[in-house]
Design a protein around this ligand. Structure first.
Ligand SMILES: NC(=O)c1ccc[n+]([C@@H]2O[C@H](COP(=O)([O-])OP(=O)(O)OC[C@H]3O[C@@H](n4cnc5c(N)ncnc54)[C@H](OP(=O)(O)O)[C@@H]3O)[C@@H](O)[C@H]2O)c1
Length: 242
């Protein structure tokens, strides 16, 4: 415990982008605490010497407490937090229900707040800075006609705003706070999205992969003086029209 290895917590780690980020940290010699509601059933990430798994809903404050306790008990510190757990709904604005709103706020917003609060408290105790990276969405700032994600994007836009606020609030303590904003990425979230639709969302004609997003997270993990940044991984979609 508490040796030279660093520890990362990754939320939404059972599949898709989160599972790729776990693999990225393991390749770099990190210990990882991986969490999702069905983490123990994941076929992509399994518990082991360098991976602790925690099952729980990220919108439940008890999950956040369990994550920090597990990280400290198993690995002795917390150096990086990746807030990746998220849900994405599309429907006309007028058809979002109160259940939809509740799910989006609980998972994407409350889940971020509960875990990040506890992790920042621990990073302040450790007194050696830290690194928080949140997976948002390129769509938050760059709406597209026909992709009716208005209420989903309240949450992602809010996460980008708090990323910049926390970057300032904790700059002197050396806690860096950044976001990665993917365009469409091939993951189970898009298992039913036709290939032509995915490609139509990518100006380069090449849809981003889990590895592309993982590479961005690893860059931000290393980028010692980058904070308050939103790093787009969207084939240029945020930059214009195509
Ligand atoms: N794929 C894309 O095109 C795309 C584009 C832009 C942004 N993003 C963002 O990237 C992140 C990952 O997306 P993805 O495509 O990898 O999604 P995904 O394949 O649907 O995976 C989502 C992950 O989050 C977990 N999760 C969902 N609800 C949860 C909850 N209430 N509590 C705890 N864990 C929960 C899921 O595990 P359980 O079901 O076991 O809980 C799973 O591990 C999300 O924040 C998403 O909004 C994705």
């Amino acid at each position: 415990m508490g040796g030279s290895r660093r520890t990362a917590i990754v939320t939404g780690a059972s599949q898709g982008i989160g599972a790729g980020i776990v693999r990225g940290f393991l390749e770099r010699g990190f210990d990882v605490v991986a969490t999702a509601r069905n983490m123990a059933a994941s076929t992509e990430v399994r518990a082991g010497e360098h991976v602790a798994t925690v099952d729980g809903d990220i919108g439940d404050p008890a999950t956040a407490a369990g994550l920090v306790e597990t990280a400290l008990a198993r690995f002795g510190s917390i150096d990086v937090l990746v807030n990746n757990a998220g849900v994405f709904l599309t429907k006309p604005f007028t058809e979002y229900t109160s259940d939809d709103l509740g799910l989006l706020i609980s998972t994407n917003v409350a889940g971020f707040v509960y875990v990040t609060q506890r992790v920042v408290k621990q990073m302040l105790v450790q007194q050696r800075g830290g690194n928080i990276i949140t997976v948002t969405a390129a769509l938050a700032r760059n709406p597209m006609r026909g992709i009716t994600a208005s209420v989903s994007m309240i949450t992602k836009g809010g996460l980008e705003t708090i990323t910049q606020h926390l970057a300032m609030e904790y700059a002197r303590e050396g806690i860096r706070v950044n976001a990665v904003a993917p365009g469409a990425v091939y993951t189970p979230m898009h298992r039913n999205t036709p290939k032509e639709v995915m490609e139509s969302l990518a100006p380069m004609g090449r849809v981003s992969t889990v590895q592309d997003v993982t590479d961005a997270v690893m860059y931000l993990t290393d980028a010692a003086t980058v904070t308050g940044h939103i790093l787009y991984v969207d084939g240029g979609a945020h930059a214009g029209r195509w």
